[in-house]
Design a protein around this ligand. Structure first.
Ligand code: HXC
Length: 257
């Protein structure tokens, strides 16, 4: 396993992970997945994590899918093990306690789209291309796409994408709610800086509680989910952030979180 397939930069708790396999358009093979999981295990123990950005090296591709060359000869059992490795890794990314932003700078196909679906934010360059083209290869999405895609864009559009395998551009991805923002490619990095500055300038525990309320609530019935929100709201009053945030408002100054 080589960890150099993922480049990590930590800037005051804003961590940028770059998948670096540009010759294969950053396709996810088992080495990349192992390296990503190792980084995520470290991030789970990061004492002052504020936000995570994940992107692909180069200007052409975020991630062009799972590695087809590696998958080609797999038996059903090997395919199951590969999918399980990816699902576990992608769930770790999804469950990081801070906002995770996919910076989609080009092809975002198959397993790449499934990786982006596990992120809280997806910010796409205007040349990005999305799709779940697995049926064109005689398979179906195996990194969570059949489940996270309908939860993100609704079942009708998910069925459209997973049964036709058609590719969509950034504009359509924005319209169906697959991504949050579309930016000219040259402005993507500057926007990422602005977004992470905004996210990391807010009360860190409040941001974590907000993410937890949305994520955990989505898996519950409304009554239980609202009770969860009340608990997490009340919990905000147990730390120092709420007092600082509200005092700053009353004193007409910026809060210092
Ligand atoms: C392995 C890949 C790859 C992939 C691209 N490459 N995608 N290698 N796995 N998913 C490699 C190509 O083989 C080529 O290597 C190099 O990257 C550049 O790609 P080109 O095809 O020459 O580039 P271009 O003509 O610009 O076409 C770009 C593309 C096309 C449209 C993205 O590469 C493509 O369709 N890729 C496959 C996309 C896909 O089907 N993804 C879903 C995979 S299945 P060489 O050595 O020839 O230069 C999946 C399932 C997940 O993700 C669940 C599994 C459990």
């Amino acid at each position: 396993m080589s960890e150099s397939v993922i480049e990590k930069v930590d800037n005051d708790g804003v961590v940028r992970l770059t998948i670096t396999r540009p010759k294969a358009l950053n396709a996810l093979n088992s080495d990349v997945l192992s390296a990503l999981e190792a980084h995520l295990v470290e991030l789970e123990a990061h004492p002052d994590l504020r936000a995570v950005l994940i992107t692909g090296a180069g200007e052409k591709s975020f991630v062009a899918g799972a590695d087809i060359t590696e998958m080609r000869e797999k038996t059903p059992e090997e395919a199951r093990a590969f999918a399980s490795q990816a699902l576990r890794t992608i769930k770790r990314l999804e469950e990081l306690p801070v906002p995770v932003v996919a910076l989609v700078n080009g092809f975002c196909l198959g397993g790449g789209c499934e990786l982006a679906l596990a992120c809280d934010w997806a910010v796409a360059s205007d040349n990005a291309v999305f799709g779940q083209p697995e049926v064109l290869l005689g398979v179906i999405p195996g990194f969570g796409g059949t489940q996270r895609l309908p939860r993100r864009v609704g079942p009708a559009m998910a069925i459209d994408l997973v049964t036709t395998g058609r590719k969509i551009n950034a504009e359509e991805a924005l319209r169906i709610g697959l991504v949050n923002r579309v930016m000219p490619q040259a402005e993507l990095d500057a926007y990422a800086d602005e977004l992470t500055k905004q996210l990391s300038g807010n009360g860190p525990q409040a941001v974590r509680n907000a993410k937890q309320a949305v994520h955990d609530g989505m898996d519950q019935d409304l009554t239980s989910a609202l009770a969860l929100e009340t608990s997490l709201f009340a919990l905000c009053f147990a730390g120092e952030e709420q007092s600082e945030g509200m005092s700053a408002f009353v004193e007409k100054r910026k809060p210092n979180f």
